[in-house]
Design a binder for this molecule. Structure first.
Ligand SMILES: Nc1ncnc2c1ncn2[C@@H]1O[C@H](COP(=O)(O)OP(=O)(O)OP(=O)(O)O)[C@@H](O)[C@H]1O
Ligand code: SF4
Ligand SMILES: [Mg+2]
Length: 455
């Protein structure tokens, strides 16, 4: 079974257990620029790992939510399903057909079955076409016979609540409210009889007053027409009541997935816990509103080693993937409490820290930090360790030595946490705090960092 097969699909009112759409170990890696000579030689300045090994099934009539901070890969996942993002590894299948890697023409029949609803309805509608013409245009593109089109246009409009259809067919998008425009977009997507809609933040640009109605509309499409949804959102409250399952994404990976209620009520991954705590409590539990953990989302072109959440994780420990550049956060915390002179002197010692290369093996990670005075840098690190002995970075620091104009740090072995089922739960979580099924043993999933600095 795949790591995140639709265990939660059992909770939906779906009779057909066979997924409509399956992603298996999908990667979408974008090559970064690099020099023109480098590109000619096939070399680039590394890759942005927009999706980095995602497996996910969506069952007929199922609503799966994709949640995560900006840049976590939610839209890329939706675009990969629709052939709009290049799948560099793994496969996307629709029913039993592989649809990743198809050209435009070969993909066309599937585009009828899987449609996208974007965030901005105004941008999705052609302002020079009436609503009727816009929907008919979609039918024309997919070669629906002319005689059938008027009925399909009217049916779609009435289905989304733009009724009577005759009133809306001659209107231009500019004559509709935001909510009506989004309904027209939905009408355009359903006129071809899709089995799945990918809704990328479909309510975020709408007035608060119409958001719930739009979700009701989508829920009705699932109930009456059996349409499945991939619902991409930052709005966790709506995900909770609208979705059957929720996948929490971080830096191109799913870190937790399960039935919506389970993910909210028994959240396990420290990132899920932080993300859900950072919103006002929408249940009756008294969670306080807190900030997300320290630091920003790391650069997807240079993801952290091991568990990519480790630099921000409040529960991280030695085996989570520490490396030399993680010293940056600790140094910044130290400098906050010391004067400008100290900051200037010490930051000059570690100028190359962000680009430091780390090599990894089953014995752990080795980072060499270039420094004008590695001995002094070692003294500072020891001082920091004495001040914060419980800091997980130091629990991973096995040794230091001065070497080739730099300070060599030997760090603990680590593993890439993989989505693993947990006893007594339907969902899966990727975190070393929870028992693993043995996949991802020490050394597995290890990858080298610092690739961006390679050439
Ligand atoms: N065409 C592209 N070329 C290079 N990098 C890209 C491209 N598209 C997306 N990315 C990068 O991939 C990562 C994931 O982007 P994506 O748009 O999927 O995130 P998201 O979760 O949808 O974010 P948001 O919530 O802001 O919409 C980001 O680091 C983004 O910069
Ligand atoms: S594996 Fe778990 S504990 Fe370790 S950094 Fe990742 S989320 Fe935190
Ligand atoms: Mg997005």
């Amino acid at each position: 079974m795949k790591p995140d097969a639709p265990a939660g699909a059992a909770s939906t009112a779906v009779a057909d257990p066979k997924p409509i759409v399956s992603l298996t170990d999908v990667e979408v890696h974008y090559a970064l620029g690099g020099s023109s000579v480098g590109r000619l030689l096939g070399r680039s300045r590394g890759v942005v790992k927009a999706l980095d090994g995602v497996s996910l099934d969506v069952a007929p009539g199922e609503i799966v939510g994709l949640v995560g901070e900006s840049g976590s890969g939610k839209s890329t996942l939706g675009r990969a399903v629709l052939g709009m993002a290049p799948v560099t590894h793994g496969t996307v299948t629709y029913r039993d057909s592989v649809i990743s890697g198809l050209g435009d023409e070969a993909f066309r029949p599937y585009r009828r079955k899987i449609q996208m609803i974007f965030q901005d309805p105004a941008a999705a509608l052609n302002p020079t076409m009436t609503i009727g013409e816009g929907i008919e245009d979609a039918l024309k593109i997919h070669r629906i016979p002319e005689a059938e089109r008027p009925r399909r246009v009217a049916d779609a409009l009435e289905r989304v609540g733009l009724a009577p259809a005759g009133r809306f067919i001659p209107k231009y998008p500019g004559e509709l409210s935001g909510g009506q425009k989004q309904r027209a977009v939905v009408a355009r997507s359903i006129c071809l009889g899709p089995e799945m809609l990918i809704a990328d933040e479909p309510i975020s640009m709408l007035d608060m007053s119409v958001r719930a109605k739009m979700l009701d509309l989508m829920e009705g499409l699932r109930r009456d027409l059996g349409i499945a949804f991939l619902y991409i959102t930052h709005d966790l409250a709506s995900a909770r009541f609208f979705c059957d399952r929720i996948a929490i994404m971080y830096l191109g990976r799913i870190v937790e997935i399960g039935p919506a209620e389970e993910v909210f009520e028994q959240r396990q991954h420290p990132y899920t816990q932080a993300l859900l705590r950072a919103i006002p409590d929408i249940s009756h539990r008294k969670d306080t509103v807190t900030e997300l953990p320290r630091g920003e989302i790391p650069d997807a072109a240079r993801p952290p080693l091991g568990c990519s959440f480790h630099p921000r994780c409040p529960k991280a420990f030695a085996a989570c993937g520490w490396e030399g550049r993680d010293l940056r956060t600790l140094l910044e915390e130290r400098w906050t409490g010391l004067g400008l002179d100290v900051y200037r002197r010490e930051s000059a010692l570690v100028k190359g820290l962000d680009a430091v290369r780390t090599t990894v093996s089953k014995d752990g990670a080795v980072s060499v930090i270039p420094s004008s005075d590695p001995k002094e840098l070692a003294r500072i690190v020891e001082e920091m360790r004495a001040a914060k002995p419980d800091e997980p970075f130091f629990s991973a620091l096995r040794g230091m030595r001065v070497e080739h104009g730099g300070l060599r740090l030997d760090l603990a072995p680590f593993r890439q946490p993989l989505l693993t089922p947990q006893a007594g739960r339907v969902g899966r979580v990727a975190c070393h705090l929870y028992p693993s099924d043995g996949v991802g043993a020490p050394g597995a999933g290890i990858r080298e960092s610092g690739a961006a600095a390679a050439d």
